[in-house]
Design a protein around this ligand. Structure first.
Ligand code: SF4
Length: 183
């Protein structure tokens, strides 16, 4: 399947095509599981009935969390974005949530210990500890802020809660990766 090169786009008028490698009935049953329905419905409230484009991503996460009745929010952040993360934490606290911010440097591991090819003795990003710490806070949702590429993959693999990204790190384009497409 290459949806970009496809000329028929029947899926956009609610018709499947013969390139699919999934069973539609099985997936529809999964959508109808109570946990998935809850998420689908909370997500729809953010955009249906003319609301699309009225909320920032930050506002969407707050509203989605309220719709889901989340109380405890993890904040897995890059230490270089601690000031921004402090503001995010404050906004969530003022919105009535318990927030658990955890820096990527938690645990104080050295780079030379984490990466056995490295001789750098400085503190390492520690996505496994970040995930473990947040798992132990029993949060309902974790928000990631500026995690390095690769560290974000390890983090997402090991976090137990639902996870969403608020800020993506892009060291060249001021954390706005789409800018790379314009050059
Ligand atoms: S019709 Fe099939 S191949 Fe074409 S865009 Fe839709 S899913 Fe992709």
């Amino acid at each position: 399947m290459d949806c970009i090169k496809c000329n028929i786009k029947t899926c956009r008028v609610t018709e499947s095509c013969n390139s699919q490698k999934f069973d539609s009935d099985t997936l529809m049953s999964k959508y109808h599981l109570p946990d998935n329905q809850k998420i689908i419905q909370a997500s729809a409230t953010l955009v249906d009935n003319g609301r699309a484009g009225t909320l920032s991503r930050l506002q969407e996460i707050i509203e989605f969390s309220n719709e889901m009745n989340f109380k405890r929010i993890g904040l897995a952040y890059c230490y270089g974005m601690e000031n921004d993360s402090a503001l995010i934490a404050q906004i969530f606290r003022e919105s009535g949530f318990k927030i658990y911010p955890v820096s990527c440097t938690t645990g104080g591991f050295k780079q030379s210990d984490v990466n056995y090819q490295s001789k750098i003795e400085k503190v390492s990003c520690n996505p496994l500890a970040q995930a473990e710490q947040i798992n132990n806070e029993l949060v309902n949702l974790t928000i990631t802020v500026g995690l390095c590429l690769g560290h974000d993959i390890l983090f997402q693999k090991h976090i137990n809660s639902y996870t969403t990204t608020l800020i993506v790190k892009d060291r060249v384009y001021n954390n706005n990766p789409i800018e790379a497409l314009k050059n």
